[in-house]
Design a protein around this ligand. Structure first.
Ligand SMILES: C[S@@+](CC[C@H](N)C(=O)[O-])C[C@H]1O[C@@H](n2cnc3c(N)ncnc32)[C@H](O)[C@@H]1O
Length: 414
């Protein structure tokens, strides 16, 4: 049996040293440790959010952090891909290696990635401010999420600068913009452009006088769009052609020559006009859940360009378009039927048109500027549905051709 005196479980306060600084230090330490975990939780909620939840600030913030991480990692990841190409090449037999100038091409490709990363970096700087995220928060998030940010979403978003905001994308825009803009001439009113991409069509509609709401589900794309719109007259840094963007360096297939692989495209071709931008806004999120019911029957026109086939459930898209339009409002569509990931239903064009009619739309006659008739012998759709060959992310200088017989119509809500 021990005879020693047990320690006093609670010594009198007067005899203890002042523990307050120690306590404060502990709180600071715990907070510093927990903060990245909190950021991580916020972001993972965003990544796992269902379509209904992504409209919440928490979900969008998480998605924004992931997109920012992706743009921040663009340079490193693109360079890694080129380094991998180099190490694979290095393993070839010497006799084969000496037949090509491949290492030189790899070195040049690294330089073009460097140039592309300037645009990615500026999107990050802009995005931090736009989404009210500090550089510290992003760093903490990236530290905790070493693989966060989807590289292919970044590459795709950057590539869309060519489709929308470079002279090099004019061949794509010229195939699909003129007929839509002609139909909208003098129409004005409130126009919704869901799946707006980098927003050039939305911008051109606003330039014609419409009040345009652009909507985009992908935060990667939306951030790139918003950055583009910030390059207007009020931005002293903004200049047409301020970036030399190399669209092919992340995709080596189908290149005719090294010059084509490495070619640079000047971005942007024009600076958005501030007066036009006053008639535009961007709504981030899923088109099906973002607007209803508060914007029911609010729009004079809904314009869908290369959009309706992004739906998991195309019927839900058509219902949404119908509900958002005022009676007498127009739905203008132009695009293919290339169904994406895991659709619940894959309707043919005839079925899409049947559903459109059953929902309460009437197709209007459209002119030859919309292309050739798709159903010349069917009295339901003759003269009202036309197709035109339209490319998408397609470089005339390379050896592939990516194009669709894009289907156009104007449907009036009865
Ligand atoms: C094929 S792209 C077309 C972009 C643009 N309209 C164009 O023609 O360049 C389809 C776009 O729709 C967006 N999107 C897909 N599902 C969406 C949804 N449910 N709500 C809003 N946008 C969506 C995608 O992120 C993508 O930017």
């Amino acid at each position: 049996m021990s005879t020693s005196t047990p320690p006093d479980p609670m010594p009198p306060a007067t005899s203890s040293p002042n523990r307050l600084p120690l306590l404060l230090a502990c709180i600071v330490l715990i907070a510093a440790f927990q903060y990245p975990l909190l950021i991580n939780w916020v972001s993972s909620r965003g990544d796992n959010a269902t379509a209904g939840e992504i409209t919440s600030a928490v979900g969008q913030r998480g998605k924004a952090l992931a997109a920012l991480a992706g743009f921040s990692r663009y340079k490193q990841r693109s360079q890694n891909t080129i380094h991998e190409k180099r190490s694979k090449f290095n393993k070839l037999p010497w006799a084969q290696k000496k037949l090509t100038n491949y290492p030189h091409k790899l070195s040049l490709a690294l330089q073009t990635v460097e140039e592309n990363s300037l645009l990615a970096k500026d999107i990050v700087t802009f995005g931090l401010e736009a989404y009210n995220i500090s550089a510290y928060e992003l760093r903490a998030y990236m530290k905790m999420n070493r693989t966060a940010g989807d590289h292919s979403s970044v590459v795709q978003a950057l590539k869309h600068y060519v489709r929308d905001w470079a002279a090099g994308g004019a061949h794509e825009r010229d195939a699909v913009f003129p007929q839509i803009l002609k139909a909208m001439e003098d129409r004005g009113g409130r126009v919704l452009v869901p799946g707006a991409g980098l927003g050039r069509l939305a911008y051109e509609l606003a330039a014609q006088g419409a009040e345009v709401t652009a909507n985009e589900f992908s935060v990667y794309v939306s951030m790139a769009y918003q950055y583009m719109m910030s390059l207007n007259g009020s931005n002293p840094r903004a200049e047409a052609g301020m970036y030399k963007f190399h669209p092919n360096v992340n995709w080596w297939s189908h290149q005719r020559d090294t010059a084509g692989l490495l070619k640079g495209v000047e971005v942007p071709d024009i600076l958005p006009d501030e007066k036009v931008l006053k008639r535009m806004k961007m709504v981030d999120g899923d088109f099906v859940t973002m607007f209803l019911p508060q914007e029911s029957e609010a729009f004079d026109t809904v314009v869908t360009l290369f959009f309706i086939d992004t739906a998991r459930n195309i019927v839900a898209y058509l219902e949404t378009i119908h509900k958002l339009l005022k009676p007498g409002g127009w739905w203008i569509n132009l695009g293919p039927l290339l169904y994406g990931t895991n659709p619940s239903i894959e309707l043919g064009l005839d079925e899409v048109l049947e559903v459109t009619k059953k929902l309460g739309f009437e197709l209007l006659p459209i002119g030859e500027e919309w292309g050739t008739e798709t159903f010349p012998d069917d009295e339901r759709w003759a003269g009202k549905v036309r197709g035109t060959l339209a490319g998408y992310s397609w470089d005339p200088d390379n050896l592939s051709r990516n194009a669709y017989q894009a289907q156009g119509w104007i449907a009036k809500k009865l």
